[in-house]
Design a binder for this molecule. Sequence first.
Ligand code: NDP
Length: 306
Amino acid sequence: MEKIKTLIIGSGPAGYTAAIYLSRANMAPVLYEGIQPGGQLTTTTLIENWPGYAEGIDANELMASMRKQAENLGAELRGGSITKVDLSARPFRVEAEGGVEIEAESLIIATGASAKYLGLESELKFRGQGVSACATCDGFFYRKRDVAVVGGGDTACEEATYLASLCRQVYMIVRKPFLRASQAMQQRVFDTPNIEVLFEHNTAEVLGDEMGVTGVKVRKTDGTERVLDVAGFFLAIGHHPNTDLFEGQLELDEEGYIRVEPGTSKTSVEGVFAAGDVKDPHYRQAIAAAGSGCMAALDCERFLRK
Ligand code: NDP
């Protein structure tokens, strides 16, 4: 059984930032990168809202550089996923892919969240080529063009109004005859002249060619079909936090996000800390995740020195 001081699970901005801080504090962190090293950011292209890069930075380059920084400072980065955790006693017992068994004095969970997709074959085909689940990340590429947003919640309304400030026309594809979003958000949508809400519509197919998305075929509940000529297709139908491993062991909210003590990264189990989207249903930004990775590392370091 391998014994370590700190185990970090997850390799997005939260996980790597925690690794950077803990390495500098001589805590010899071990980080498991999971199935998507670099996290959600690696599904996008240019990032223009990461401070410090006046011209923007390629998302994969940014994550590769964060990874290298953590490694250079002494973090041990391992491929593969954690398959089992037992948080009932300290040290925590953890199993990694391949049957590796670890005892960790402390744990930082930075497993992120995954955007929900509709599950259409055509949607998968054009992912990253016009299909996106993040308007803040990718909206800028569709300036002065037409786009569609799927969903009727607060996120969809927020993304639609954001896109409307950049794009020529925004269609909202809403499966119900009403929006689920708060009144204030709904009003913002209805007050925006270049948003058209298509109630009782579902997406039948995303259309495109070798250059990417060229349109979307939508179907109304009465069976009528229409093709929207859009260059961007944005999903805003919710996220699910990657917390299956911790169910029943850590306090989660109704949607499965890890609950932390306000203003800290401390979870309901002493010695277990959470950072990034796995505990953040609201902001979901890389820079916020990195900041919370730093908080988790500092909380963890204090815990270990106690
Ligand atoms: P929600 O779960 O609130 O909304 C999801 C939307 O997507 C609903 O309209 C839902 O339709 C629709 N949807 C779900 N699955 C499908 C599908 N397969 N096909 C078509 N449509 C689908 O998620 P949000 O991300 O919008 O919000 C999550 C939480 O975050 C909420 O509590 C929200 O209030 C909060 N939030 C708050 C913000 C703010 O205050 N500024 C900003 C963003 C989020 P249906 O209604 O039919 O189920």
